[in-house]
Design a protein around this ligand. Structure first.
Ligand code: DSN
Length: 414
């Protein structure tokens, strides 16, 4: 039975969400529109199969085709990111990061990560997350003036705390990471260095951001952001990681299963395999470059309207805007822009004087609108709309109608 007949309520809600996505601009930098091929694999019959274990070593029968799917996914990931070992089973980014802790640390060990209010991620040692509860978490920040990671300060902090595991990666850092420098810093105390590239995986795959693989031991990522796949996660172990600890691939695999998860979602793994194939094409390389061009164009237009950008601009897919000179909070901007057809999210800015529920900033990005084939000239238009709505909330209705019309020229992937 089709969904429409079997469950009209859910069917209707999916139709409404489809219309929302079609008729408005998705500018949350961690979101994207995956291809119908990815969705077909995700919605396939593979969801019915249990496959605890790994290819060739399962705890259930009937996995001859599932093994091939998972192995193909692993091989594609290894090739795309140029790495030695990949686990494609983590259900998403946080479980992937949890597995890294299980594989490399004991409870109470010292770990380091970029603080959440400075652009880091919950799982990099935030107090309210397991990573801040079960480990001795030392958080680093960005420079108060430049909003960049100060590598000299970080090196000193690392020397004084000597972490077992150090995280690099962010949810709201608009600049390039200097992986070589970070590798040296972690090596100076013999720490495991894990790069969480969830936000920039598509840029790395498309060569629009340097690849951390030569400089770090472990790479984690989600698969649904710039990489444009289904919701999922992956953990890679690099050559450098294996040189540091030859058992690391085994430790990571054991941490994922049976350490943290049971049966892998093989439908999601098939969809990840599809997205990895897409990400290896010249078209994807162009896409990744265009994401960055669009973010830069949007940044330069917003600056003309006197929007203050954290770090002064962007090198990647996202912009973090300090709204204090606009007399509007991040939460108010989020609601207002949503009513005008532009979906962004409120976000803390570094050294934010306001709390996390009413932060002073907004975060926006270009992965999803670039998937819809928008280019620099469209960024000009979008910056103009953002400015109009923030300056004059009464314009939201008119802008929403204009955006609805504009969106018809930029369909979702078919
Ligand atoms: N939810 C992710 C993001 O929006 O950046 C972080 O986990």
């Amino acid at each position: 039975m089709k969904l429409k007949q079997g469950d009209s309520q859910i069917s209707k809600l999916i139709a409404l969400e489809t219309e929302r996505q079609k008729n408005t601009l998705q500018m949350i930098p961690s979101e994207n529109h995956c291809s119908p091929a990815v969705r077909e694999a995700l919605g396939s019959i593979l969801t019915d199969k249990y496959a605890e274990g790994y290819p060739g070593k399962r705890y259930y029968g009937g996995n001859q085709f599932i093994d091939k799917v998972e192995s193909l996914c692993i091989e594609r990931a290894k090739e795309l990111f140029n790495t030695e070992h990949v686990n494609v089973q983590p259900h998403s980014g946080s479980p992937a990061n949890a597995a890294v802790y299980v594989a490399t640390c004991q409870p109470g060990d010292t770990i380091m990560g970029l603080a959440l209010p400075m652009g880091g991620h919950l799982t990099h040692g935030t107090k309210v997350s397991f990573s801040g509860k079960f480990f001795n978490s030392v958080q680093y920040g960005v420079d108060e003036k430049t909003h960049l990671i100060n590598y000299d300060e970080l090196a000193k902090l690392v020397q004084s705390h000597k972490p077992k595991l150090m995280w690099v990666g962010a949810t709201a850092y608009p600049r390039i990471f200097d992986w070589a420098k970070l590798g040296e810093i972690a090596d100076s105390v013999g720490a495991y260095l894990a790069a969480d590239i969830a936000h920039i995986a598509g840029l790395v795959a498309g060569k629009a951001h340097p690849n951390p693989v030569p400089f770090v031991h472990i790479v984690t990522t989600t698969t649904h952001k710039t990489l444009r796949g289904p919701r999922g996660g992956m953990i890679m172990v690099t050559k450098k990681g294996i040189e540091k600890d030859p058992e690391l691939p085994k430790k990571i695999d054991k941490a994922v299963f049976p350490g943290l998860q049971g049966g892998p979602h093989e439908n999601a793994i098939a969809a990840i395999a599809v997205c990895l194939k897409e990400a290896a094409t010249p078209a994807f390389k162009k896409y990744a470059a265009q994401i960055v061009k669009n973010a830069k164009a949007l940044a330069s237009e917003l600056k003309k309207y006197d929007f203050n950008l954290v770090s002064g601009g962007t090198d990647n897919h996202l912009l973090l805007v300090d709204l204090r000179n606009k007399n509007i909070t991040g939460a108010e901007a989020q609601d207002l822009l949503e009513s005008a057809g532009i979906t962004i999210n409120k976000n803390s800015i570094p050294y934010d004087p306001a709390g996390p529920f009413k932060p002073s900033g907004m975060r926006l990005g270009t992965p999803a609108i670039t998937t819809r084939s928008m280019k620099e000239s469209e960024m000009k238009k979008i910056a103009g709309w953002i400015n109009q709505v923030i300056l004059n909330p009464n314009s939201a209705g008119r802008v929403s109608a204009e955006i609805r019309k504009f969106c018809k020229k930029f369909p979702l992937p078919k």
